[in-house]
Design a protein around this ligand. Structure first.
Ligand code: SF4
Length: 380
């Protein structure tokens, strides 16, 4: 009963906001076409853009790491973090994909998710169920019960009260944090900047408050320029039903000041270290694949989920978390292979809604059809 209630509450809240933003801000249609072109350019020349991005990160005083698989990525981040630290994290599907949270805890670190949904999922000990709303499967009653049971915090089943109590709890963690880890909505090859879009301000605090900022994401998030990265943030927010977003954050290197004799020194009030860990984990092979390459254009707006009848029926059972729903079936194939994605592809009923609503015009049903074919062919 709770999944049906939660998903219908979420749909009726977010869908009108998406349609309203798209009708009000017509330029978003041009931006989404620009973003598709820019992302296609990068997918076709992925190694070139990874190298351009690396050079830019180093030019602005950051450190760059390229990991072949999830384990290598989590190890690289764990080495930067060290042991016995307090780590705050922004919502990050690649951290989930690669088991980063657990890996950091194995090193004796105290790790806190700071996105409200991801925080609730952390308390529950379960997997998230949606790429931008990981706790979409929880009702307000269940969220309040989690706070009571796991943290001893008594709160009524009211979203305002729950958000306020979590804010109070996390405030102290931000103050104590040694390291902040975020993902990326987009990474600009020309400047080495990361662009992140949000409403909660937890990403702003995570990336600016601790002395070390680690950006941890996939190589497909690279776009040619900072302007393209800002376009990605705008389109992602609009198609997620959150336009205008409350915050768009740009980070490009450690904090610094030149207020004394125009001599630039670092750090100032923000981080003194800026690290970017990018993971391949199947992405470069997918970029060369005649069907899967299109999955790399996804900007993680989560719109296809809400329009998909199979996701609405099965939730986390359609795709492998963190990659659920129509985009999740494609991304399960990218990161875990056809064998893992095949059983999920077979559940697809090819309603086609996902293709119609996708801002990147990804032919999702065709990609899923191809995954199905390859999976069944492997079985015969
Ligand atoms: S596949 Fe398209 S609709 Fe689905 S999350 Fe990605 S960009 Fe959004």
């Amino acid at each position: 009963m709770s999944w049906d209630v939660a998903i219908e509450r979420a749909r009726s809240s977010i869908m009108p906001k998406t349609y309203d933003a798209l009708a009000r801000y017509r330029y978003l249609q041009d931006l989404r076409r620009e973003v598709r072109k820019a992302k296609e350019e990068v997918v076709r020349n992925l190694d070139f853009y990874i190298e351009e991005f690396r050079k830019s990160v180093e030019r602005i005083g950051g450190r760059f790491y390229l990991a072949g698989d999830g384990r290598e990525a989590a190890d690289a981040a764990a080495k930067i973090v060290g042991r016995g630290k307090v780590v705050v994290m922004g919502k990050n599907n690649v951290a989930n994909e690669t088991g980063l949270h657990k890996r950091l805890e194995e090193e004796g670190n105290e790790v806190w998710e700071t996105d409200l949904g991801a925080f609730l999922v952390q308390l529950s000990g379960e997997e998230g169920s949606h790429i931008i709303a990981p706790a979409i499967h929880l009702t307000r009653e269940q969220a309040a019960e989690l706070l009571r049971e796991k943290l001893g915090i008594a709160v009524p089943p009211d979203p305002v009260a729950i958000a306020q109590r979590v804010r109070e709890f996390l405030r102290e963690k931000f103050m104590k944090a040694d390291v902040g880890i975020t993902g990326a909505n987009a990474l600009a090859a020309d400047t080495g900047a990361v662009v992140l879009v949000e409403n909660e301000a937890n990403i702003r605090l995570t990336s600016a408050f601790p002395p070390v900022h680690i950006v941890y994401d996939g190589v497909e998030k690279i776009v040619p320029t900072l302007i393209h990265a800002l376009y990605v943030a705008s389109v992602q927010a609009a198609y997620a039903g959150l336009y205008p977003p409350t915050y768009i954050n740009v980070s490009a290197g450690p904090s610094s000041t030149a207020d004394i004799e125009m001599h630039r020194v670092s750090p100032a009030q923000g981080p003194k270290e800026y690290h970017v860990v990018l993971v391949d984990n199947g992405r470069r092979a997918a970029a060369r694949d005649p069907a899967l390459w299109e999955a790399l254009l996804c900007i993680r707006c989560g719109r296809c989920h809400l329009h998909c009848p199979v996701y609405r029926a099965l939730g986390r059972g359609f795709g492998e978390p963190p990659y659920t729903g129509p985009m999740g079936v494609m991304w399960t194939a990218v990161t875990r292979g056809i064998e893992a994605a095949g059983p999920h592809a077979l559940k697809c009923v090819h309603a086609g809604n996902c293709k119609e609503v996708c801002p990147m015009d990804i032919d999702i049903p065709q990609v899923i059809h191809e995954i199905k074919n390859r999976y069944l062919k492997n079985k015969t």
